[in-house]
Design a protein around this ligand. Structure first.
Ligand SMILES: Nc1ncnc2c1ncn2[C@@H]1O[C@H](COP(=O)(O)OP(=O)(O)O)[C@@H](O)[C@H]1O
Ligand SMILES: [Mg+2]
Length: 348
């Protein structure tokens, strides 16, 4: 069979007539399920069915968000559907996800719920205009040993503080992809702050991700534990290393980026829907061979795309000093802050 074979006008007319009624019915079912608060699956989409849903999953479209963000052409090829049906599938997914317009007053109400937590350094908090925010992805990128993980450990402790002490009175979900999570280091930081280290450790839920697919599944599962455990901070340390390892060939670059984008989208959605902060790290390889261009550019491109999230670039300075530079923030002024990494954790 030839994929992507152009369809004749006659085919399209028949397809329209066949699907129109079915689509109406499916859309009514989607509304009903939504009102009942039921979780919607790919099978609920009009014209998809169990077989189509399986094909979509195999092609990496594992949830409604992935479909809502896809183009009709992509869905048509992935699930072997006509373009017209694909368009309807996408619009049904968007409907199911409430991706329509909403009044700015509602947006403002949602934004009023944004919480901020301290990094442990006044200078760094100042760079962020108050601290790390909920509903936002904060990305730290930099070379090995620049302090990315240490900042994560400190945040995992700080999130547990009461609001008046710069915390969010919540717990932390820590996705460890490099096997660099150290509970002993958490104990050290917690004790330096005069906290009950055992209690602090009990409020950090750690999951080790073994590959990029596993990492994506962990994020998908996260929504189940966020409410139950009172999670207010999700850490992915590092966001990118598995993707880099799992998609090595030149020809795989596009699919790597696509998967990574989907992963980031899932994280952004968790941040938004559950009002949690998300902190991700991204290691930059030293490129001594690089003579031109920016040797500090994050591999995998701008992971957290323009317009979403906050990115900081970390670099080593003298001894325990580290320098953080704010990069391309849509609403924060550019600038740098000096902080320290010591036995006690992050400080000034
Ligand atoms: N217990 C500690 N006491 C003092 N400094 C520490 C301690 N643990 C880590 N560090 C500092 O943090 C650095 C490692 O930073 P880290 O955040 O783990 O790097 P990366 O950016 O690769 O994640 C070490 O080189 C050291 O300077
Ligand atoms: Mg690290």
């Amino acid at each position: 069979m030839v994929l992507n074979m152009p369809r004749s006008k006659k085919d399209e007319t028949e397809e329209t007539e066949q699907t129109e009624e079915y689509v109406e019915q499916a859309e009514a079912e989607i509304s009903d399920k939504k009102e009942e608060g039921k979780e919607l699956t790919l099978e609920d989409l009009p014209g998809v069915g169990p077989k189509g849903a399986q094909k979509l999953r195999e092609a990496g479209y594992t949830d409604l968000m992935a479909i809502a963000a896809a183009s009709a052409g992509e869905i048509s090829v992935a699930a072997d559907l006509g373009e017209l049906t694909a368009e309807k599938v996408i619009s049904a997914a968007r409907q199911a996800l409430d991706m329509g317009f909403k009044p700015a007053s509602e947006v403002l109400e949602h934004r009023k719920e944004i919480g901020k937590m301290t990094t442990g350094s006044k200078a760094l908090d100042g760079l962020f205009k108050g601290g790390i925010e909920t509903q936002t992805i904060t990305e730290a990128y930099g070379a090995f040993s620049s302090g990315k993980s240490q900042l994560g450990f400190q945040l995992a402790v700080n999130v547990q503080l009461p609001k008046e002490k710069g915390g969010l009175n919540g717990t932390c979900l820590f996705i460890d992809t490099e096997a660099t999570f150290r509970p002993e280091r958490i104990v050290q930081i917690a004790e330096a702050m005069g906290l009950d280290a055992k209690k602090v450790l009990g409020n950090i839920y750690v999951a080790r991700a073994y590959n990029s697919d596993h990492q994506m599944v962990l994020v998908e599962k996260a929504k189940d534990v966020i409410k139950e455990k009172g999670i207010k901070l999700i850490i992915v340390d590092s966001l990118t290393n598995h993707f880099r390892a799992d998609y090595t060939g030149r020809g795989e670059l596009a699919s790597r980026q696509q998967k990574l984008n989907r992963h980031i989208h899932a994280l952004q959605r968790l941040a938004d829907v559950h009002n949690v902060a998300v902190y991700v790290t991204n290691q930059v390889m030293a490129r001594p061979d690089m003579m031109f261009g920016d040797p500090t550019a994050a591999i995998g491109g701008h992971i957290v795309g323009h317009g979403t999230g906050v990115r900081i670039y970390l670099r080593k300075s003298k001894g325990e000093k580290r320098i953080a530079r704010l990069i391309d923030s849509p609403y924060l002024p550019e600038g740098e802050a000096v902080f320290t990494v010591t036995e006690k954790g992050i400080g000034d």
